[in-house]
Ligand binder design. Structure first.
Ligand code: ZN
Length: 286
């Protein structure tokens, strides 16, 4: 009996030690890797049409090896130091159905020189699979009869590039930001190393890159207000009239269940191609 009691006490002590240690580790990791966004930063993101449920601040590496602080919401990344430069989405027309012009790429910046990062021998280099998928994604944009025009090269001289696509270590997916208030396209597009796994076809990588380029020229998520594609099961808004009405473009279907390259989450069956409404939206905006 005495032995049993001792055993139980030991178990309690050990249990406490383990749970306390766990807590410490978790706290340290959180402090080091992410920081909380301030209320003001969240309000600004909301005005920009960014989902603010799980926003963190992270140090993200740039391909030259430096790091920059970004606000991160899912795959959307906004540089902390430039946050106030980004336009709000509130100046919509009377029926909340149309984008105003200054948060898409301005006419003088629509010939976009896009650089696929290669040739440094670093982890930032795109893999051959990513390079091929990038060329397919860019071709999808260039075939559209609108004013956007991409010129794709590969290498590591950023000086002549408007947009830089590079690889970062991480699970499947990518990340990017929105055009600046000056009307320049978002500059850095990150493709996660996990996409090189055989789980993901070339078409899926094409989809992810096309999606991140979509953000870079002004697209929000088709399902930005609830991210149903990411497994959301709650109630849906009856009309896309919530403010800010970030994603809906006049002349395109607003249904949150409509297929689009701009859904918040993707799956392994993506074909990498625009839907008819994606093409409509791009041709209406540009
Ligand atoms: Zn996205």
């Amino acid at each position: 009996m005495k032995n049993l009691k001792l055993l139980a006490l030991c178990a309690v002590v050990i249990g406490c030690l383990i749970s306390c240690q766990k807590e410490d580790v978790t706290d340290t990791t959180l402090d080091e890797v992410t920081q909380q966004a301030t209320k003001a930063q969240l309000e600004k993101l909301s005005k920009m049409g960014v989902n603010t449920e799980k926003v963190t601040i992270e140090d993200i590496p740039l391909p030259d090896g430096s790091k920059e602080k970004y606000l991160v919401s899912g795959d959307i990344t906004i540089p902390v130091k430039n946050l106030e430069d980004y336009p709000d989405l509130l100046s919509l027309d009377g029926d909340n159905k149309q984008y105003r012009s200054d948060y898409i790429v301005a006419p003088q910046y629509r010939n976009i020189r896009i650089l696929g990062w290669t040739g440094t021998g670093s982890t930032f280099d795109l893999t051959p699979k990513m390079q091929t998928a990038l060329s397919w994604a860019v071709a999808n944009y260039n075939v559209l009869p609108n004013t956007l025009n991409f010129t794709l090269t590969y290498g590591n001289d950023q000086s002549q590039a408007d947009m830089v696509v590079y690889r970062v270590i991480g699970g499947a997916g990518g990340s990017a930001g929105f055009p600046t208030s000056a009307g320049r396209p978002n500059r850095y597009v990150r493709i996660n190393s996990g996409l090189d796994s055989n789980t993901y076809s070339y078409n899926v990588v094409e989809h992810v890159i096309g999606h991140e380029i979509g953000h870079s020229v002004g697209f929000r998520h088709q399902d930005w207000y609830n991210r149903w594609s990411c497994g959301y099961t709650g109630p849906l808004p009856a009309e896309p009239s919530v403010s800010p009405a970030a994603i809906w473009i006049s002349g395109t279907p607003w249904s949150p269940y409509a297929d689009s390259i701009m859904l918040g989450c993707f799956n392994t069956g993506e074909d990498g191609e625009f839907t008819a409404s994606d093409r409509d939206a791009l041709n209406i905006l540009y």
